[in-house]
Design a protein around this ligand. Structure first.
Ligand SMILES: *[C@@H]1O[C@H](CO)[C@@H](O)[C@H](O)[C@H]1NC(C)=O
Length: 391
């Protein structure tokens, strides 16, 4: 789909142009400066030329695993928005997601690497993620197949497209900030096979969350990660061998590090990865009281363009077979900031990001979150749209 044909997202493109214009004309005056020089300009949009092509599901939102007990800086912003407890029958939620159809929904986040799937010969009981002494401060959680069915009914009813982030830590040992050992893919393999047999459509199987350098709780070496990507590729190819449409293989959903990503692509080899993802939290922690001034500063926002360019160059040189996606972007980490990342001001960040992502040839952009935390497109408790939903 060409950028100028984005339909409901057309307003984003116009807004992007206005933002850029604003950056050129007015950014020498401080925001809110009464002496700012204002002049009339006319904008001409050439609808015959597109600068980039994005996927039909360019707009993507995430649903995370965080349980209600997840709090940051004393604020508990997740409520019942976890993959495990979100009220999927809520009509406001269903309508909001249907309106954005085909919205891609990425299921994942930090705790995806603590989740097992209740399928096959699972030895342990299937319980929720609860705060505890384990990695990332939680116990292992479990996705039951009745919940997986309810989720898939929701996706089909709302016409959404699914990207599922698999647990990539099974079978590994952590020493300091390194995870060693190969990925134990047995539970994931049974889950993928079960999903295939149930005819649940999956657009993308993603491997791991923020386990590249620098990871959240540690990182995996890129040659090891490449071997694990090849293992996932083999599982998916085998499972879907008679299927006309195969899910995409997506990784590593980490913070971008040029040499780590380069090695992942080179070692996994041609066509192992369909999509190379990265996460964006360029505004710093949600606790920062100066978030708004960063969001309204075009020079600050533009710094991210350097990374977009680097990703593009890395893929061109070392993985021309793979598309780039922004796999998760919440701007401000640790759940965003109430009254900022869920308010109108945040649109200056979001719209600018969507424009940059498209311009640098990213096919999908997953906003953290569709719902949950302080950065949802939808409100955590009322499920009503926040301003960014309308971008
Ligand atoms: C989440 O759901 C549980 C069970 O329905 C309920 O007791 C609790 O109050 C809800 N929490 C929030 C924050 O809405």
């Amino acid at each position: 789909m060409a950028l100028w044909k984005l339909g409901s997202h057309f307003s984003s493109v116009i807004l992007l142009l206005l933002l850029q214009l604003w950056a050129h004309c007015c950014s020498h005056g401080a925001v809110g400066d009464p002496n700012i020089h204002v002049e009339s300009v006319s904008v001409r949009v050439n609808g015959m030329q597109s600068i980039a092509t994005v996927d039909e599901s360019f707009i993507c939102g995430t649903i995370d695993w965080w349980p209600p007990q997840k709090c940051d800086y004393g604020s508990c912003s997740w409520g019942n928005t976890s993959i495990l407890n979100l009220d999927l029958m809520n009509p406001i939620l269903q309508n909001a997601v249907t309106e954005l159809s085909p919205l891609m929904i990425r299921l994942g986040g930090t705790l995806q690497d603590r989740v097992i799937y209740d399928v096959g010969n699972l030895q342990s009981s299937c319980g929720p993620l609860i705060p505890g002494s384990g990695l990332f401060g939680y116990t292992d959680g479990c996705l039951s197949m009745s919940r997986w069915q309810a989720l898939n009914e929701f996706f089909q009813k709302t016409g959404s497209v699914v990207a599922f982030g698999l647990n990539a830590l099974n079978g590994r040992r952590r020493t300091g900030s390194t995870y060693s050992g190969a990925w134990d893919s047995s539970n994931a393999q049974e889950f993928i096979q079960y999903t295939y047999k149930q005819n649940y459509p999956i657009r993308a199987w993603e491997l791991g969350n923020e386990l590249s350098i620098p990871g959240v709780g540690g990182s995996i070496s890129s040659p090891q990660y490449a071997a694990d990507v090849n293992k996932l590729r083999a599982i998916v190819d085998e499972t879907y061998k008679t299927s006309p449409v195969k899910p995409l293989i997506v990784a590593p959903d980490g913070r971008f590090d040029a040499s780590w990503y380069q090695q992942l692509l080179q070692v996994s080899g041609p066509k192992a990865l369909d999509v190379c993802t990265r996460h964006i939290y360029n505004l710093g922690p949600g606790v920062d009281e100066n978030l708004v001034s960063k969001i309204l500063n075009p020079f600050y926002l533009d710094k991210e363009a350097g990374y977009f360019k680097l990703v593009q160059q890395t893929l061109q040189r070392y993985g021309p077979w793979a598309d780039a996606w922004v796999g998760e972007a919440g701007g401000a980490f640790n759940s965003g900031r109430d009254l900022v990342s869920n308010a109108f001001a945040f649109s200056f960040w979001y719209v600018d990001q969507l424009g940059m992502a498209a311009q640098f040839n990213n096919k999908v952009y997953c906003r953290q979150t569709l719902i949950g935390g302080n950065y949802g497109l939808l409100d955590t408790t009322s499920f009503h749209p926040n301003p960014d939903y309308y971008r």
